[in-house]
Structure formats: structure tokens, C-alpha cells
Design a binder for this molecule. Sequence first.
Ligand SMILES: NC(=O)c1ccc[n+]([C@@H]2O[C@H](COP(=O)([O-])OP(=O)(O)OC[C@H]3O[C@@H](n4cnc5c(N)ncnc54)[C@H](OP(=O)(O)O)[C@@H]3O)[C@@H](O)[C@H]2O)c1
Length: 250
Amino acid sequence: MQRFKDKFALVTGGTNGMGYAVAQQFIDEGGRAIITGRSLETVEKAINQLGEKAFGIVSDAGDMKDLLNLQANVRKYTNTIDLLFANAGYGKFMPIENVSESDFDELFNMLVKGPFFTVQQILPLMKNGSSVIFNTSVATEISMPNFSIYSAAKSAVQSFIKTFATELTERGIRVNGVSPGHIKTNIFNNTGLNREQIEDAIQNIIPTIPFKRQGEPSEIASAVLFLASEEASYIHGAEIKVDAGISVVG
Ligand SMILES: NC(=O)c1ccc[n+]([C@@H]2O[C@H](COP(=O)([O-])OP(=O)(O)OC[C@H]3O[C@@H](n4cnc5c(N)ncnc54)[C@H](OP(=O)(O)O)[C@@H]3O)[C@@H](O)[C@H]2O)c1
């Protein structure tokens, strides 16, 4: 399929995981993709792997200066964005008593302020028929200990799906979201847990997943690309759960 021939995507947090998978599938289907990440090293590695239709920008989704420079940096490659996947981020999970103001600000800056100002800055490049897709989380649906800040931040993003859809309807920009379950990525790498603790956490999670396995990043990418494609032309303000049913089946 070549659903995105001559189209341009901007994927925040595209050096790994779901963002990388979205950039890869978008390019495989004829498009070009700009990815962001926090370091030159990770961004360069990813664009080298993705090939000549990939471009990179070092930009921290939690840093207002970077967010305000994003549009100018994107314009070095294109003046039109057809898919904006607001995805950059990671989780930090801790009991309520242990949360400091800086933990709170770190997650809200990156996960809420980041996608808000990313969309605001990129909107002038988005035309009728383009698509904004937010990455939320199953954490908005099921309550887990130590997830208070992360879940609240993702719930704010969930709210952007509705409000942005309302505001952007007249411009013909569709706004939707994907809500991933437990996906095999580097999500735990910024938690402060070591390799063994991360593996333990994953082994404890797997039996709770209806399909008894983590999802692959490509399974999220398929949903994102569907939402961005013509096949989803009547889908607006929706959030697709890609979570093996965990939020419903339990
Ligand atoms: N994995 C899951 O189970 C799961 C479930 C639900 C939702 N999510 C959400 O899915 C999104 C993608 O995460 P992932 O699971 O694919 O994890 P991942 O493999 O760690 O990928 C995260 C991506 O975001 C980038 N990133 C992280 N912080 C950033 C920042 N401040 N500014 C710019 N880029 C940043 C990383 O790039 P660099 O390291 O190069 O900066 C990387 O490209 C996140 O919003 C996460 O909360 C994950």
C-alpha cells in the first residue's frame, strides 16, 4: 500500500518504540517523516536506520524553547505536515508520598505542555485533510498504584482530543488518539529501575494482559496510520484503544 505517497509526517519521539514504528510504516507507504528526540545521537541513529526519506530534529518535548523553535526547524524540510503524531514521552511511576514538585513538573511539561504547544506550533503547516493524532495510554482507563501523575497527564491529553477536534473541525483537520496498552518499548528506561527490575515488572504485568503478551510497536503504528489515512475520513475526536482489551476485559 502507498497510502501516504508524497505526504509528510512529524513524529515527536520517533527515535524508538511506537514513534519509530509510525515513522517506519509511514515511509514504507510512500511518505517522508521528520522525527524528534532529545539527543543528536539517538536522532541520527534512527534517521540512518529509517533511510533517506527520514529527517531528524533534536527537540525536547518538555522544553518551551525547543517547542517554540519546532516550526522553524520543521520548515527546513517542509512547509506542509499531513500527519502530526504527538507521541514523545516516558513514564515515571512512584507512590504519592514520593512525588516531588520537579517530578510533577517533569511529567506535565513533557506529556501535557509538550503535545499542546507542539500542535499549536505546527498548526500553520497543517491544511484541510491533515491529521493530528495524540498518544494517550491505558493508564487513563485503569487505575494502577504509582501512576497518579502519569495517568493525570495522559488524561489531560485525552481531553485535548475532544477540544482540539472541536476547534479544528472548520479547518478540515481531523484530531484523534490512540490509547496503547502495555507495549514492548523503552518506556521503563527513564524510571530509574535497573534492567532486572524492569524485566521483573514486565513479567508481573504479562499475566494481567488478556492476550498474555505485550503489544508490538508496529501494532500501534497500524492504528495510527489507519487514523491518518483516507479510510478514516469520517473519524474525528475518537480515541482507539490498542490494548488487547485490558481496559475492558480486565
Ligand atoms: N510502552 C507502553 O506500554 C506505553 C503505553 C501507553 C502509552 N505510552 C506512551 O507512548 C509514547 C511513546 O513511548 P514508547 O512506549 O514508544 O517509549 P520509548 O520506546 O521509550 O520511546 C519514547 C520516544 O520518545 C522520545 N522522548 C522521550 N522523552 C522525550 C522528550 N522529553 N522530548 C522528545 N522526545 C522524547 C524518545 O527519544 P529520545 O530517548 O531519543 O529522546 C523516544 O523516541 C509515550 O508518550 C508513552 O507515555 C507507552
